[in-house]
Design a protein. Sequence first.
Length: 127
Amino acid sequence: MTESTLNSNPANSEPAHLEPENQVHKLELQEQFTRPEVAVVAAPRLDAFLSIPVTLELVLASLKIPVSKLMDIQEGSEIDLDHPAGAEVALVVNGSRIAFGHLFLIDQASRRVGVRISRLANGSSDA
């Protein structure tokens, strides 16, 4: 830009004068970064992010035990989970609880199980 196009204001380092066509471009750029609906349109494609693997865990129960009890665990040991049969399990993605569901048998011959989502987590208040 030439000096006639843009004059700087040394007090705030902002342009003191922009020609009308430059004001429009500045406004469009500001909107892209301040208005979410515009930012989404201007964002690069998300395909690369959608293929990033995440860890999905099904948490049946969680309990705290003393180290002494942990050291007693061996093949054949039983641990009481204090979790009723048929109760919900939590779906956790990268450490964040996202949903709850119930286990079900997919195929009896192969003894495969799955989880049927019963509700989505609605924040940190979910137990």
